[in-house]
Design a protein around this ligand. Structure first.
Ligand SMILES: NC(=O)c1ccc[n+]([C@@H]2O[C@H](COP(=O)([O-])OP(=O)(O)OC[C@H]3O[C@@H](n4cnc5c(N)ncnc54)[C@H](O)[C@@H]3O)[C@@H](O)[C@H]2O)c1
Length: 532
């Protein structure tokens, strides 16, 4: 017996019947079996006995079917929520159809007729259930962008090859801890799958803390529920503030509003601010925490890949001015950074890809092995599978942590983290902000830096190609047409480049050097080669 599980809209019925055909087995839909058993429609069952009645019927039906003749059975999206059903599924051959959050939402439309979506925030429901599916199933199959036949064929092939083996059921989710050994402010980055609900356990002892103040976006508030409940469970009085999405929230006026709210909530010097979000939230919450009462503790739950590998680590906080980005800020190390890779399941794919640019950067400047991991596991990374994400996030965090601990105030080595960024800023500027995603600009910037190093005779052609291979496998661009004159204009405007443009260039993979000057002709040639 093969059970198919997955989120609403993952295509269980369609794929199930195609799979059954391939395997020469009958196909059954568990919901129909439940209706037959109860002699009532599903809405009627819910009306009469609510979810408990439905889950009890489902439990009995799943147990019966599991012991019955060989068949392919599609289950309802909530089936593994019932502990007994979960155990039946783990004991059987269960296949998880892994659909992306965006794809599932697109297929569900407005969610009409899906009672669970009306009750619970869709992102929180998705992340929680996806973790259950992955634990219940022996095999998870990515479905986005594949036809039902292709998916059915892939499952059949795995089953025939006997690769649908039981996963070990971890009772405590595996976590990796990275120490950020900044003098006087050492702390951990904790990376794992399904760990945001354990936030309180990762906090260092906050002796007199009574309150926590969570800063997030409206669209992430549901997802923040598990972390918020954890703080409440630890005895903290939790209040929260919602800030609008987007770079515009990194402003002095948004910071001012938050500071007022902290004062309103009577947060004390010993209390805690929590930034739950991407880099916009962690930069803003960090800035506010560092200035309120001359500094209170901040903990970050980083929810975008960029924040997990970069923005939430290192203590730089900031807001923007009309004249430019991050012109106001502080260095204020967090008490802890929690990177729950399960949360990345609802991150739009373009944001995931954009964050990967920084991961590739770490590979290029510090750990060439990481490039191989990205190239070899790109499909699984882009499908937001927890294992490879834990791997790349933990390794990236470790690289940033080491560099920040050695040079918190960017007097030397920390500048290596700007690899590709001199070009990237100029690309963003000359194409109009917003036209290029930051990660795309960084990807192109690293390609341009590689071309430049090659033109200057510092780097062999195959290292330029290594850049291209890693970036392309991550779904990032590797060529673009820019005019050198435009870039120079952008550089002249930038305060940092007053004494002439300086680049971070490699002399080999893993060996960056900062402050390298290059003659204009070499820069022009590099920009020309970027067209290839
Ligand atoms: N302090 C630093 O050292 C540092 C380093 C790099 C970047 N930054 C800053 O970081 C910011 C960019 O960060 P970002 O790329 O995370 O952008 P972001 O914070 O705007 O997040 C990108 C988008 O993804 C959404 N999102 C985040 N997590 C999600 C999730 N789990 N599910 C669904 N949607 C989710 C957000 O709501 C937002 O719309 C910039 O302001 C940049 O200056 C700071």
């Amino acid at each position: 017996v093969i059970f198919l599980i997955g989120f609403m809209g993952s295509g269980k019925s369609t794929v199930g019947s195609r799979l059954a055909e391939r395997l020469g087995l009958p196909f059954r839909d568990a919901d129909r079996a439940i209706e037959e058993r109860a002699d009532a429609s599903i809405p009627k069952i819910f009306e009469a006995g609510g979810e408990p009645r439905f889950r009890a019927l489902e439990r009995a039906v799943v147990a019966d079917l599991a012991g019955g003749p060989a068949s392919v059975i599609a289950l309802g999206g909530g089936a593994p929520e019932d502990p007994a059903t979960f155990e039946s599924l783990r004991a059987a051959t269960t296949v998880h159809l892994d659909v992306g959050y965006g794809e599932a939402m697109a297929r569900l439309g407005d969610g009409a007729g899906r009672p669970m979506l009306a009750q619970e925030d869709s992102k929180a429901l998705f992340v929680r259930r996806r973790a259950l599916y992955r634990r219940a199933a022996a095999l998870s199959v990515a479905t986005d962008g594949r036809s039902p036949d292709a998916i059915a064929e892939a499952i059949a092939a795995e089953l025939r090859a006997g690769r649908a083996r039981k996963r070990e059921l971890a009772t405590v989710p595996e976590t990796r801890r990275v120490r950020v050994a900044v003098p006087g402010a050492a702390h951990d980055v904790v990376v794992g799958s399904g760990i945001s609900g354990s936030l309180a356990g990762f906090l260092p002892p906050l002796a007199d803390a009574e309150k926590a103040f969570v800063v997030t976006h409206p669209s992430l508030a549901g997802l923040a529920g598990a972390a918020t409940r954890a703080l409440e469970g630890a005895g903290l009085e939790v209040s929260s503030a919602l800030v609008a999405e987007g770079e515009a929230s990194k402003s002095l006026s948004a910071a001012g509003r938050l500071l007022d709210e902290l004062a309103e909530a009577q947060l004390h010097r010993t209390d805690l601010v929590v930034g739950f979000g991407g880099g916009v939230v962690t930069d803003l919450a960090g800035y506010v925490a560092s200035t309120y009462l001359r500094g209170v503790a901040v903990a970050h739950v980083a929810t975008s890949l960029l924040a997990q590998v970069d923005a939430a680590i290192g203590g730089k906080t900031g807001v923007n001015l009309a004249r430019g980005k991050n012109l106001v800020g502080t260095i204020h190390q967090p008490a802890v950074v929690v990177c729950d890779v399960d949360l990345l399941a609802t991150l739009p794919r373009a944001e995931l890809v954009s964050g990967l640019a920084e991961v590739v950067k770490y590979g290029l400047i510090a750990e060439p092995d990481l490039l191989e991991t990205i190239t070899a596991r790109a499909g699984a990374i882009l499908a937001a599978e927890p294992d490879p994400l834990v791997e790349i996030v933990a390794r990236s965090a470790a690289i940033k942590a080491r560099i920040v601990a050695a040079d918190e105030r960017e007097r030397g080595e920390r500048a290596h983290l700007n690899y590709g960024h001199t070009f990237a800023h100029a690309f963003e500027h000359s194409s109009g902000y917003g036209a290029l995603r930051h990660g795309e600009a960084v990807a192109l910037g690293m390609m341009a830096a590689a071309h430049l190093a090659h033109v200057l005779g510092r780097l062999p052609a195959e290292t330029v190609e290594a850049h291209r291979t890693a970036l392309a496998s991550a779904g990032l661009p590797t060529s673009a047409a820019f005019e050198p004159a435009q870039l120079e204009g952008a550089w002249r405007l930038d305060k940092k480049y007053r004494r002439g443009v300086r680049f971070v260039l490699l002399s080999e993979l893993g060996r960056p050097e900062a402050g390298v000057a290059a003659p204009p002709a070499a820069v022009h040639e590099a920009i020309k080669r970027l067209r290839e």
